[in-house]
Design a protein around this ligand. Structure first.
Ligand code: ADP
Ligand code: MG
Length: 274
């Protein structure tokens, strides 16, 4: 199997199939490149084998792609075209997004349109529902991990922290995510205490929706301790908005995990606006 991949890559390079164009993003464990592969524009996410953490993220991401690539997934999840591995690196070859939601928020906010924002929110709810219906928790939902494609279609990417969330024998315990998007229960967990990954995603969606509608995050601080305090106080201030949007954000940012709804219980504002 491994040899096959190496052969494939060597052939690809020999036939000049991969042509790196530029760097799209760089994280602690991987880099994402814009490239031409087999004459197609693609994004290549590259993980170095010698980095143990990178290997774990690669495995998680590939497992999640396998579990999610079914039915009408291409509407919600970035497509994985291929994998290529060499002695040094592992690569995921994916469809190329136009821009991240992070960039879109800053562009959109210059000429804010509640309908445009609402359509984005609706798409995100549907995409997360697709994942959660298959009991996969993403665990790092944020604007950098959402990409725009043709016709403003938004899809989720970066499944490095994604895990099946219905596994009774192996409940989720590892704390992950990006601090401003992390749910309050994550800061209170004792060692090895399990948590509900699907509800972690719902909280992050609340932060995300707030950000789409305000171009700022609901909980802010210059220090991590201050941020934790702000998240656990759970106080945030809305700009003038339709009540339905405020209700949706309040639903997601419910502090109690016993009262926070699952993704399929969230209200979708677009239906109420039109
Ligand atoms: N398929 C893609 N198309 C376009 N840009 C991408 C794609 N995948 C990732 N990126 C860019 O690279 C960045 C990092 O990729 P990501 O998968 O989120 O890795 P990391 O684990 O480093 O966060 C993203 O925030 C985005 O800007
Ligand atoms: Mg990412």
């Amino acid at each position: 199997m491994e040899d096959d991949f190496i052969k494939k890559l060597n052939e690809a390079e020999k036939r000049d199939i991969i042509k790196i164009k530029n760097l799209l993003g760089k994280g602690a464990c991987s880099e994402v490149l814009h490239a031409k592969y087999d004459k197609k524009d693609v994004a290549i996410k590259l993980f170095k084998r010698k980095n143990k953490e990178a290997m774990l993220l690669y495995k998680n991401e590939l497992d999640a792609f396998k579990l999610l690539s079914q039915n009408n997934y291409a509407q919600f999840i970035v497509c994985l075209y291929d994998t290529l591995s060499t002695q040094r690196n592992l690569r995921l070859i994916m469809e190329l997004g136009k821009m991240t939601l992070r960039r879109k928020i800053s562009i959109m906010y210059k000429k804010f349109d509640i309908f445009e924002a609402t359509i984005i929110i609706e798409q995100i709810i549907k995409a997360v529902r697709f994942m959660h219906d298959r009991k996969i928790a993403h665990r790092d939902l944020k604007p950098e991990n959402m990409l725009f494609f043709q016709n403003n279609n938004i899809k989720i990417c970066d499944f490095g922290f994604a895990k099946p969330a219905n596994n009774i024998n192996r409940p989720l315990k590892t704390i992950c995510g990006t601090p401003p998007y992390m749910a309050p229960e994550l800061f209170r967990l004792r060692k090895n205490e399990p948590y509900n990954g699907l509800l972690i995603d719902v909280w992050a969606m609340g932060v995300l929706f707030f950000e789409i509608l305000h171009n700022r995050q609901p909980f802010q601080s210059t220090t991590l301790i201050g941020l934790k305090r702000s998240i656990s106080m759970n106080k945030y201030y809305f700009r003038p908005l339709p009540q339905i949007h405020k209700t949706l954000i309040n639903q997601c940012l419910t502090k109690s995990i016993y009262k926070r709804p699952y993704c399929n219980e969230l209200i979708i504002p677009v239906k109420k606006l039109s």
